[in-house]
Design a protein around this ligand. Sequence first.
Ligand SMILES: [Zn+2]
Length: 468
Amino acid sequence: MRHALLLSLALLVPGMAATAADADPTWPRFRDTYKELIETNTTLSAGDCTLAAQRMAARLRAAGYPEADLHVFVPEGHPKEGGLTGILRGSDPAAKAVLLLAHIDVVEAHREDWTRDPFTLIEEDGYFYGRGTVDMKAQAAVWVDTFVRLREQGYQPKHTLKLALTCGEESGNTAVDGAQWLVEHDRPAIEAGIAITEGIDGMLDEQGRRVALGVQAAEKFYKDYTLEVTNPGGHSSRPRPDNAIYVLMHALERISAHQFPVQFVDANRLYFTRMAKITGGAQGAAMAAIVRNPRDAKAAALLDKDPNLHAMLRTTCVATLLSAGHAPNALPQRASANVNCRIMPGVPPAEVQRTLEQLVGDPAVKITATSNRDLPVPAVALTPAVLGPIEAASAELWPGVPVVPALEPGASDAIYVAPAGIPVIGVTGLFTDPDGGRMHGLDERLRVVSLVEGRDFLYRLAKRYAEQ
Ligand SMILES: [Zn+2]
């Protein structure tokens, strides 16, 4: 899955005319790769990622990759949840590799719900329709195509390029996550100085004009805490002052009134800096002010009104589940709540728990962290070596369209790869409609022009990272 760039206002930047797909002799073969991926069903219920991986491997083999440089991997006991790794060796053994990463599984799609068959690539009215057209078989096909083109050119990059196509990203804990599997079982295949994968798309306005190119460079850490109050209870005709529900309610009130401090890493600092100019007005001024002074309460109050901006500025904790009592005529013996926190990069979860305990300030309320095995994702330092290639490739294709890094308040594919020490940048170069291309939904679609340009962008980007 992935996310729309969190924009409150749209800037209208006239775009360049799209490159004509039919003027590019390599387009038909790329389109065929994309078609083959879309038409290979890779849902968890009825699909086969291993087959898709084998088909992509065949394309790389045909382009001249030796067998030793390709590896279709299949997690034990999950014959249809395989993936593919590949390598194009660089000239400088000291230069860290660049990992081109994509998941090839897709969200379930039922023919009877769709207007068109989700597993047939249909080109209609300037759009490609089909499950995975956006999320994320476009980028997966571009990575395979990039590998094919570079090999055919006899191109040797300075940095080694690595390819990883994985399964299981869309299925949560019900499937094997291929990226996690690679971290645990074939680390050398993905070891890299940087990984590029999906994250945030380019954003079009209602008129199809390019607004901004999004770059995901940080994400928050998901953590649940259970608040629990127990009490001997008793008959409800004889209330006592230490009612478990009231005690819990007061604790939740104190948490709800709390604002965690504004915190910046490169991703949200650059987001607010660049969006200040794009947004303008009072909100734009507040964005600039909060970057200058994170303690500017007036600016924060204005920005906090927008849930998207609020979530990008601070750690948040919010009550999401509540359970209490056992009978209408009995005092509650137990009251509990789940508080879901989204923690800023770099903040230890234990520190957030301490804050919750201090806020509650009542030993009758027991606070426990719910175990989760995921590790926090370190924010990517947006140095010129990281952001420069994106800005340069974007300026070549879309002069004047701003590149806007962002911090994702949710969680992404980076949860497995980034904690292993590989910085993950989420950029697709695919400009999607304000509806996000109906990712995960019915009649998922991508503009043909967006794919033509996005393919060009990602190819240039891979080369720029590989050469610098
Ligand atoms: Zn995805």
